[in-house]
Design a protein around this ligand. Structure first.
Ligand code: 8DG
Ligand code: MG
Ligand code: MG
Length: 142
């Protein structure tokens, strides 16, 4: 008998710069192909959420981040075989002059900053639902 599928734990990071958020368009080999998503990845054994956020952001964009904070989590049972627990974090650039690099071009088409009021239409499903529901990752959000 094959083992039951287990939930995946993903960390997704809102990197905030002025009033903008960093998004990248995912390539076809990944889950949620062609959608725009936040930098992030899977929590590794023994890692804290903050360590995972800093590691994935560095691996995917080359950026160093600070003020890494937990925002919220969503529980997404998307199909018979896909169950994602997504932990959303927020962070700022350690050096505001840093620019994102596309370090994993096989996974991502490239990174760009988007205004909260003008995020790409084709956003990763659970993230889109959150943003359309009025979720605001900025610290001064009312
Ligand atoms: P890894 O192999 O480097 O550990 O992971 P990855 O290749 O970077 O993983 P990922 O697909 O980018 O993200 C991990 C999980 O999180 C994956 O099941 C998809 C899910 N996920 C969301 N929303 C978002 C999001 O906005 N950004 C990212 N990166 N992943 C997200 O549900
Ligand atoms: Mg990754
Ligand atoms: Mg990733």
């Amino acid at each position: 008998m094959s083992p039951s599928p287990a939930p995946e734990i993903g960390i997704a990071v809102f990197i905030l710069k002025d009033n903008k958020i960093l998004f990248g368009r995912r390539r076809s080999l990944s889950i949620a192909a062609h959608t725009y998503a936040l930098p992030g990845g899977h929590l590794e054994f023994g890692e804290s959420f903050e360590e995972c956020a800093a590691r994935e952001v560095k691996e995917e964009t080359g950026l160093d981040i600070k003020n890494i904070e937990l925002l919220t989590a969503t529980n997404n049972h998307l199909s018979d075989t896909v169950h994602l627990v997504i932990i959303y974090m927020r962070a700022h650039l350690s050096d505001p002059d840093q620019t994102p690099q596309n370090i994993e071009p096989d996974k991502c088409e490239g990174w760009d900053w988007y205004d909260l009021n003008n995020v790409p239409e084709q956003t990763f499903g659970p993230l889109r639902a959150m943003l359309q529901g009025g979720f605001n990752p900025f610290p001064n959000a009312s």
